[in-house]
Design a protein around this ligand. Structure first.
Ligand code: NDP
Ligand code: GDR
Length: 348
């Protein structure tokens, strides 16, 4: 039985990847951060008590800021594959917390790579490494962007991801580590964090439809993104670690839509006109914007034998349907006299 160790298992991608690896018979170990309230909602359906002989997923406290903890976990778990999905992953927040983002999203990668290298050298146990690289690294570069496009990062987050990209390449070249960068363009799902624009829109669409919210405040509606489904993209991550030799890959759909188009379609699905509900609030503008991301991924995707399965229409519909159900539940609770905090409406 193969063992995988995931950072970021509580995030959107971590939850889908954990599902995929469990379905393939892996023993899955995830690093979670201690918080004063539970932060495991996305993986609760996968959890079994560790005393249960059927348990295949195990959670360990840790943090990308803590090298000694990362080293200890690698010793204990003896993983065959490590997926580094953990990050301060919000671009706008990275402007507010630039140093923290550099530490976790940038240096965190080095801490993990060095721990793996040391473990491999001492034990001889081969470990394959996946780095969650991002289309944000292309930033201001003209579309379409592919493996040969020079990086031009436009935020502290993107700069930290470029650092991690090159640390991963250098560990492959200098130490012969099986290490891959997956340069993934935006991917969304009903599990997307509520302060990312797609989920912020679908949550608002559903709440407005259910009369729980009146307006949706957004920033730049003209930014274009190449949006895929997270469930499809985690398969590409896994495939990258199953090849004969390590390399870097670009994963995208090859289609881009603006934030405005996303909003238009999401509102239309519930019979509403977005123009009546969306207002612009400059607080959501970024000091430097990434205007247009469109992936040129044909070549690397062919190498993997991977194609996205979910269309843009299907993605928007799945997210809206999911959030309509959530809004119905909220409405029921409110009607029963409970107080519901409409989180995510005014932040980021
Ligand atoms: P999320 O924001 O949903 O999840 C981020 C994860 O990182 C969470 O599990 C979070 O834990 C964890 N994390 C945050 N800080 C730390 C820390 N200090 N130490 C350890 N773990 C930490 O991101 P996604 O799932 O969307 O993305 C996964 C990865 O892929 C990220 O690295 C992201 O930057 C990258 N990426 C994402 C893309 C996308 O479109 N989704 C595209 C390209 C790259 P907690 O739950 O406790 O906050
Ligand atoms: P992004 O995702 O920055 O591409 O990073 P996000 O959904 O935050 O923004 C996409 C675009 O929408 C514009 N926008 C808004 N964004 C947010 N969050 N809130 C708003 O109200 C709003 N209004 C307009 C933004 O300006 C931007 O142009 C995501 C993250 O998952 C990264 O971790 C990942 O690396 C990249 O995708 C690929």
């Amino acid at each position: 039985m193969k063992k995988a160790l995931l950072t970021g298992i509580t995030g959107q991608d971590g939850s889908y990847l954990a599902e995929l690896l469990l379905s393939k018979g892996y023993e899955v170990h995830g690093i979670i951060r201690r918080a004063s309230s539970f932060n495991t909602d996305r993986i609760d359906h996968l959890y079994r008590d560790p005393h249960d002989p059927q348990a295949k997923m195990f959670l360990h406290y840790g943090d990308l800021a803590d090298s000694s903890n990362l080293r200890l976990l690698i010793e204990r778990v003896c993983p065959d594959e490590v997926y580094n999905l953990g990050a301060q992953s919000h671009v706008k927040v990275s402007y507010d917390q630039a140093e923290y983002t550099a530490d976790i999203t940038g240096l965190g990668t080095l801490r993990l790579l060095e721990a793996i290298r040391d473990y491999r050298d001492r034990t001889g146990h081969a470990v394959k490494y996946y780095q969650a690289s991002s289309s944000e690294m292309f930033g201001a570069a003209k579309p379409p962007q592919g493996l040969n496009t020079p990086f031009h990062p436009r935020s502290p987050y993107a700069v930290a991801k470029v650092y991690s990209f090159w640390q991963t390449v250098n560990h492959r070249e200098a130490y012969d580590l099986y290490a891959c960068n997956g340069i993934l363009f935006n991917h969304e799902s009903p599990r997307r964090g509520e302060t990312f624009v797609t989920r912020k829109i679908t949550r608002a669409v559903a709440r407005i439809k259910m009369s729980l919210q009146k307006k949706l405040y957004l920033g730049n509606l003209e930014a274009k993104r190449d949006w895929g489904h997270a469930r499809d993209y985690v398969e590409a991550m896994w495939l990258m670690l199953q090849q004969d030799a390590p390399r870097d890959y670009v994963i995208a759909t090859g289609e881009a839509y603006s934030v405005r188009e996303f909003a238009e379609r999401a509102f239309a699905l519930v019979g509403l006109d977005y123009q009546e509900y969306v207002e612009i609030d400059p607080r959501y503008f970024r000091p430097a914007e990434v205007d247009y991301l469109l992936g040129d991924a044909e070549e690397t995707q062919q190498r993997l034998g991977w194609q996205p399965k979910t269309t843009f229409e299907e993605l928007v519909r799945e997210m809206v349907d999911h959030d309509l159900e959530l809004a119905r539940q909220e409405k029921t609770l409110i009607n029963a006299g409970h107080q519901i905090a409409l989180k995510g409406i005014s932040t980021n």
